[in-house]
Design a protein around this ligand. Structure first.
Ligand code: ATP
Ligand code: AH0
Length: 397
């Protein structure tokens, strides 16, 4: 028999393990840091069982954020910088993994795989770019080969391309994790992630996958963070200290909510390419609120996040005994959550801890789960969503 090359033999051995230990990585649109979730999986698909063994967010230094911001969500960027960052982020994320493993007293050889999201630098669904001859597109950098060589661990990366190739927009991939880990018969659940962008998965209690809906909704923290950076020299509005000091400007809020993205049919995706301070400036112009003070602006942008989420739920999800389980950094924004509760008084709102899923770790767990699927799963059909196994394999040697 012709032997397999050692990489494929190693892959084959890992794929056949009953229990796999994988690291999921998420570096989101907020650019706050790298989320590292060390998970243990048995089974795949609807039979997946997972345990979060360790989790850490390693904050990015300011200098790194500034470098990424030079190319992040920008139509025009320095191509040399993109090229340099693609290699740099791969190696850097590898270093952060080694650092985390060291702090947990775990050897790299104990890890079966890394599943890495990379850093989105541009998300261009057709609804945004509107170039007739081009399809949906998205770009995540931080090449998997660099991670694999740096850590010595089999790495799976670049998950979104297959989703697009199979007809999707490359997001939200939360769909797959939320259905497999978060659904429960006879419970009408919404899993709401408030990151830079807010997205949700509607999981009706009838257990029929064809009724599941997963979509981006609009801005989560991205506009609040951008206003805090620009006007308060702060990365975000910690504990809503600024928002609670200001007053919501109803005219501006109305103009923001009038953006056509909100009437487009779900599922849909978006990003800071659309929801940025230029869009806010246009809404200020349309509502004659150019002179709004910066504190009121932060209150209004926080209310915008809550109102766009509540409006989506009211218009699209008609169910009794609805429960929302929140995750992402925005779940820690008390102003946004209090507004949401006010706007949806009949809905029980809790965080995803109630489901046994750490709200800060949820997206990193998702990528670990997608890695586990890529190794041993089968495509799962959920409504009209692409039924594909995602991710590309990189070997250390
Ligand atoms: N105590 C807090 N008070 C207010 N906001 C907070 C707090 N803690 C975190 N946040 C918000 O959460 C953000 C980080 O969220 P998260 O890490 O979920 O984003 P992300 O993973 O980059 O996003 P995405 O899901 O869009 O990729 C911060 O930038 C901030 O806006
Ligand atoms: C292109 C991209 O990076 N999208 C992110 C972003 O952050 C939140 C929202 O927009 C979501 O659609 C997605 O990430 C999560 C992990 C997802 O795909 O489910």
């Amino acid at each position: 028999m012709i032997p397999l090359n050692p990489n494929l033999q190693h892959l084959f051995n890992i794929a056949q393990k009953a229990t796999k230990t994988g690291i999921g990585l998420m570096s989101g649109t907020s650019l706050d840091g790298l989320d590292i979730a060390l998970c243990r999986f048995t089974g795949t698909g609807p039979n997946t069982r997972f345990e979060l063994v360790n989790f850490i967010t390693i904050p990015y230094p300011e200098s790194f954020k500034l470098e990424v911001q030079q190319v992040f969500a920008k139509r025009l960027a320095d191509l040399e910088k993109v090229t340099l960052l693609n290699a740099y982020i791969g190696t850097y994320h590898g270093e952060l993994i080694l650092q985390a493993l060291n702090s947990w007293n775990i050897k790299p050889t104990e890890i079966d795989f890394i599943a890495s999201h990379g850093q989105t630098i541009y998300h261009a669904p057709k609804r945004l770019h509107q170039h007739e001859n081009y399809l949906n597109a998205t770009l995540q950098i931080g090449d998997g080969d660099h991670l694999a060589v740096k850590t010595g661990i089999l790495t799976i990366s670049d998950f979104r391309q297959k989703h697009i190739a199979a007809g999707g927009e490359g997001a939200p991939l939360a769909l797959y994790g939320d259905v497999l880990l978060g659904s429960k018969a006879r419970e009408n659940r919404i899993l709401l992630n408030i990151g830079g962008i807010a997205n949700l998965t509607w999981l009706p209690g009838d257990g029929d996958f064809s009724h599941v809906l997963c979509t981006d909704i609009g801005p989560g923290n991205t506009l609040i963070d951008a206003a805090c950076r620009s006007y308060f020299n702060k990365p975000y509005d910690e504990d809503s200290a600024i928002a609670y000091n200001g007053k919501v400007n109803e005219a501006l809020l109305e103009a923001l909510l009038a953006h056509p993205f909100f009437t487009e049919k779900a599922p849909k995706t978006t990003g800071p390419e659309l929801f940025n301070l230029d869009l806010v400036a246009e809404a200020q112009k349309a509502s004659g609120t150019e002179n709004i003070n910066h504190t009121d602006l932060v209150s209004t942008l926080s209310a915008f996040t809550a109102n766009s989420i509540a409006a989506f739920v009211k218009e699209n999800i008609n169910a009794d005994d609805l429960k929302i389980f929140t995750s992402g950094g925005g779940a820690r924004n008390p102003f946004v959550i209090a507004e949401l509760k006010k706007l949806l008084p009949d809905v029980v709102i809790d965080d995803s801890n109630m489901l046994g899923i750490d709200p800060d770790a949820k997206e990193a767990i998702l990528f670990a789960l997608l890695g586990n699927e890529a190794l041993s799963g089968e495509p799962v059909k959920i409504g009209d969503n692409p039924a594909v196994l995602m991710g590309k394999f990189s070997f250390p040697k």
